[in-house]
Design a protein around this ligand. Sequence first.
Ligand code: URA
Length: 481
Amino acid sequence: MQTTIIRDFDHWRSAARGCIAAGIPPSHVRMFDDTGQQSLFAESEGLPAAPADSGPFRVPPRFLSLAECLSCHRSADRWNLLYRTLWRIVNEHPKLLQLETDADVLQLTRMEKQIRRDTHKMKAFVRFRRVENGGVEHFIAWHEPDHRIVRRVAPFFSRRFASMNWTILTPDESVSWDQQQLTYGPGLSKSDAPQSDQLEDLWRTYYANIFNPARVKVKMMKSEMPVRFWKNLPEAEIIDELLASAPQRVEQMIAKHEGFAETAADLITSRLQPPLTLPELQQLAQECTACSLHCNATQTVFGHGPADAEIVILGEQPGDQEDLTGVPFTGPAGELLREAATATGLNLAECYITNVVKHFKFRLIEDPKDGPEPRGQRRLHQKPDAREIRACRPWFEAEFSCLARARVLICLGSTALAAVAGPGQRLQEQRGRIFSTAACEKTIATWHPSAILRTPESLLRQQRMEQFCGDLRTAASLTNR
Ligand code: URA
């Protein structure tokens, strides 16, 4: 049995490469965390370095991002789990990560979720207190994350609080920002952080502003904002008061909340390295809170289709059905789209299909019929507004940047047209024409299938359907296939 003590992710990576190159199966190697206390296993008992001529082996980018994420996990066995998975990918099953029911894959994704959640909590619950040091203002926070996520989250704080000098202390390590660079230091105890000051009032105001009275559920609040964090949170003292005034503050909250939310662009640049890929964007988009639509929607409905698609179809936003399935155009509008595509010979399986806005926007209306919603209610589609469209734009731009072979962009309806050609374009005037936009040289706008379905007059509906089919045919003729 070979053993080694792993210092960090880079160290694990090179140790794992060495083991793979030397053909050491996971059952013959143990990788231990560097707790600073081991005397049993010296590093000299360590693993072979990768031979210079071993040649690179390829692993899916998803594995690398998973491994990097899990390197922060507190589980002592994570390095062995990662090595076992790597071994299986390289030697047994290159697509192992797609086997969602595999025990190792399940364990990895469970641990990844725990890191995500912990990261989210740290971004949300770090509270700075102001101190003065020789006339210089400094902000200090104490936080107790579940996992060793300080280095993962610190860049977020350096962007968010770029023009402050701050330090975050945790039991594992500390990090400081001097408005230029991040510096890491040893872990500390809570008594090293200042206990209270006027900043607490500021935090209470901040919390009062972002507190979401529309979603008040005490049980849920406790899971969102675990009680063990409450002792460090000045605003916990005002929760009772906020609960009492919740109903009047719903509207106010929405506007305020959005000012504090992490933008989609921030989320993408802080979490993903170029070149971006569609699967990692899709996964990350599930965490988007850039506008308030995520509060009520079931999930982010990301684009769908092959990365080598030549035709991109852009709709407005997912509907009721898509919100539940998670795939664009799977409801009645999708049915009409498929009907038209079949009639014109357009192969939708070769197209990339997405929406300007990735969350379903709706309001609940009374409906005597039963549906998936609370009894007697129905979710009625609402058009996204300019803020929501702007907030979601980085996702479409990122998606498009992954579609290297996209030649033609089909905009379905006026929201898609405005999103790519700017406001003020009239669909009736642009429909069927081919024009160039920043997104795509050959852009064509046509009717949204929902608009056709909603056209009450049958002759007009038929005419629009014919125009729709004609436009799809034109689009198909513009590709190289
Ligand atoms: N309408 C859209 O614009 N997109 C969908 O995904 C479904 C309906």
